[in-house]
Design a protein around this ligand. Structure first.
Ligand code: FES
Ligand code: FES
Length: 155
């Protein structure tokens, strides 16, 4: 069944119709062509699909698009501004925190959610924030270092 929804994605208003069973992850990728949000497991385990929902990181494969009606969504495409990488993206790049890149959008959004709430996160905070995001390549050390560096640069 089609339902009307209005929501804000990366600061832009969107209104349209969506199947009530469409996952937010699929709506973002297929409906809005925001393919930076990756899908991996689609059962809430890998975190590749993480976006911010009203400022809080959520796995977008675990919610229906209609549940986000009236709300504010930020995807990885919303991080860079005026063609300038966000400090988190810069830090991931400089710290070799990206290998295949499949987990990266989800890692960035979990880290972004953390830094929006805590500008001086401890290593434990960082590890907890990305604990729902799996990476098969990096071993996590460089990712934690990158988030620490971004936090310092954003002060
Ligand atoms: S695709 Fe959503 S958690 Fe894996
Ligand atoms: S960089 Fe490959 S899964 Fe994380």
């Amino acid at each position: 069944m089609l339902k009307k929804i209005s929501l804000t994605v990366n600061g832009k208003p969107y209104s349209g119709e969506v199947e009530s069973r469409t996952l937010l992850a699929h709506f973002l990728r297929d409906g809005l062509r925001l393919t930076g949000t990756h899908t991996g497991c689609v059962v809430g385990r890998c975190g590749a699909c993480t976006v911010l929902w009203n400022g809080t990181p959520v796995k977008s494969c675990m919610v229906f698009a209609v549940q986000a009606a009236g709300d504010d969504i930020v995807t990885v495409e919303g991080l860079a501004q005026d063609k300038r990488l966000h400090p988190l993206q810069e830090a991931f790049w400089k710290n070799d925190a990206v290998e295949c890149g499949y987990c990266t959008p989800g890692m960035l959004m979990s880290a972004y959610g953390l830094l929006n709430k805590k500008n001086k996160p401890t290593e434990k905070d960082i590890k907890r924030a990305i604990s729902g995001n799996l990476c098969r390549c990096t071993g996590y050390g460089n990712i934690v270092a990158a988030i620490k560096e971004a936090a310092a640069n954003m002060k």
